[in-house]
Design a protein around this ligand. Sequence first.
Ligand SMILES: [Zn+2]
Length: 118
Amino acid sequence: MAHILTEEDKWFIDLNRKDPITHEEFHPGDEVVVCRACRCVQLNDVWEMGPAGCKYCGGTEASGDFDRDFIEHKVSGSTINTAGPIRITRKKKKKLWPYLAAGAAALVLIVLLMLYLF
Ligand SMILES: [Zn+2]
C-alpha cells in the first residue's frame, strides 16, 4: 500500500506538504501512505506506528494508488488526534550495558559464595 516517492511525484513534493505528525517535508525516496478517509499523505513509518492507520483522522484504510486528483482534494476539517510531534526511531539500538552489569554482579556473587562455602 505504501508508495515510494520518485522524481515523477515532483508535483506532490512541490505542494510542500509535511507529514502531519513528524512535520517532516517529503523527499524522493520517502515511503508514504495516503489515507483513504482524509486523503492526507504521511510517512509509512508513521502509518505503521502503533496500531497501523492514519494518525491524522484515525482511518485504517490506505488508498491503493498515489493519485494526484485524490490527494490534491484533501478533505479539510480533520483534526490531529495526536498531541505534538512524535519522534520516530527508525533503528532501535539495544542497550547492552545493563545486561553486562547484571551479569558481572551475578558472577561476583557466585565467586563470593564459592569462597564462603569452600
Ligand atoms: Zn486520515
